[in-house]
Design a protein around this ligand. Structure first.
Ligand code: AMP
Ligand code: GLY
Length: 425
């Protein structure tokens, strides 16, 4: 039996908590800070994710034996190292890599160098700083094809700009490097070749030696239907992904997963947790766009419900380096999720609107809360992304019908969602 703390407050964490709570091995479950949805399956704890001392104190006082880190920021800031360095916290199983591993997401310059060093197919890129910006302009002048600019550091999903022409590329480079558009995160900028293809997210759980490839997913990042408008955290997702067939997944495993694990070992990085490969499929060839060191959101909301294996055991085996001793069992059903968001998102939006219709949902639908909170007994909106409506069915079409029906049935002021999730594949 295990007492578990999940860090985070999105639909990803609700989905993780929902699955952990079903385990006969879960004794007590906490989510910090959580949302109105997580409070239905766990106890919410008002902790700040940057306050490692407060998290450690809670872990000790509440007998927490397993810490599951949802978002990347605490990992990049070294929460795993902090726990490992404390004698009184050695016994805690942590799902999430040390800071040296989290750099795969925390620095795009580091991850590009890593991909190159270990022979992982990726787009060509070169890094520039304030001091050699003139060379950056020349590089753009001589560049063949469309240009993507990437801030090196964490920029809340906004640090990648796909430019239309060289003039725009130069203006964006200047804005990032000289005007510090993303602060410290854009002190280094990658100029990268644009890849024209279709994206898929692949998730690996590793204990540092062994690994399991979890079900793949496709997310829909743009706010508007037909993939128009600005990027968001994700407006919906599907799993499985029909075009990620067996031959393609074999390439991903051989050309990306194995070299990544080999690289981590060579660099002496003790990595226990998720590796999320953001992949562009160009023709039949996978190219690695980015690493994330956590699960995706909204991908988790379609990946986790497809996992049949006990999640507490899967995580425990990850932490103790025995992932080879467990079989990953996957539900052969299709999962889809449609994200309800606040009108105006990803720019400015209002919050605090009452959410109704949750009681009327079919039992085949799993509502995973994102930006929700409790106002007395009422559930109200509390963020841009409000709720992910997941459905499982024998076909993607049937699952989508359930997700969309549920999206229609739930009401709140300024509700918006994409009605075309999954229709392009
Ligand atoms: P990243 O944070 O690197 O995943 O970039 C965010 C999004 O930008 C990706 O999900 C892609 O949609 C897009 N993107 C990133 N790099 C490239 C590239 N080289 N070519 C085309 N699109 C890209
Ligand atoms: N859905 C993409 C991400 O979580 O980064």
């Amino acid at each position: 039996m295990m007492t578990i703390l999940v860090l985070g407050s999105g639909a990803r964490e609700h989905a993780l908590a929902w699955k952990l709570a079903q385990s006969p091995r879960c004794k007590e479950l906490f989510v910090a800070p959580g949302n109105a949805g997580t409070s239905q399956v766990a106890k919410n704890v008002p902790l700040k994710l940057s306050d490692f001392e407060a998290i450690a104190a809670f872990v000790l006082n509440s007998g927490v034996q397993m810490l599951v880190v949802g978002p990347e920021a605490p990992l990049v800031a070294g929460i795993t190292d902090f726990f490992m360095s404390r004698k009184d916290l050695q016994h805690v199983h942590i799902i999430g890599p040390v800071a040296a591993g989290a750099r795969l997401e925390g620095s795009k310059d580091f991850s590009k160098t890593f991909m190159r060093k270990y022979g992982i197919p990726t787009a060509q890129a070169q890094t520039f700083t304030k001091t050699n910006i003139a060379e950056g302009y020349t590089f753009i002048d001589n560049f063949e094809g469309r240009i993507v600019l990437k801030a090196d550091g964490l920029a809340a999903g906004k640090g990648v700009i796909i430019t239309a022409n060289k003039a725009e590329a130069k203006a964006v480079l200047q804005d990032m490097l000289l005007n510090e558009r993303f602060g410290e995160a854009s002190a280094r900028v990658l100029i990268e070749t644009y890849l024209d293809g279709i994206e898929v997210s692949v998730f690996v759980l590793t204990d540092g030696k062994n690994y399991k490839i979890l079900p793949e997913a496709k997310d829909y990042k743009r706010v508007g239907e037909a993939d128009k408008g600005p990027n968001t955290g994700g407006m919906g997702a599907v799993s499985p992904v029909p075009f990620a067939n067996e031959a393609f997944m074999k390439r991903v495993e051989e050309q990306m997963v194995l070299p990544t694990l080999r690289g981590l070992k060579t660099e002496n990085i003790d990595y226990k947790g998720f590796i999320f490969l953001g992949i562009m499929k160009v023709g039949e060839q996978p190219y690695l766009l980015e690493y994330n060191v956590r699960m995706g959101d909204p991908e988790t909301e379609v990946v986790i419900p497809r996992i049949k294996t006990d999640l507490v055991t899967l995580f425990e085996k990850t932490a103790i380096g025995e992932l080879n001793s467990i079989h990953l069992e996957v539900e052969p059903l299709c999962a889809t999720t449609v994200m309800l968001v606040s009108g105006g998102y990803p720019d400015s939006f209002d919050k605090g609107f009452a959410i109704s219709g949750l009681d009327s949902l079919s039992s085949a639908v799993l509502p995973f809360h994102a930006g929700t909170s409790l106002n007395g007994i009422e559930i109200v909106t509390n963020g841009g992304r409000v709720m992910a409506l997941t459905a499982l069915a024998s076909t993607q079409e049937k699952a989508l019908a359930l997700s969309n029906e549920a999206a229609e049935a739930i009401s709140f002021t300024q509700k918006y969602y994409r009605r075309d999730i999954g229709f392009d594949i």
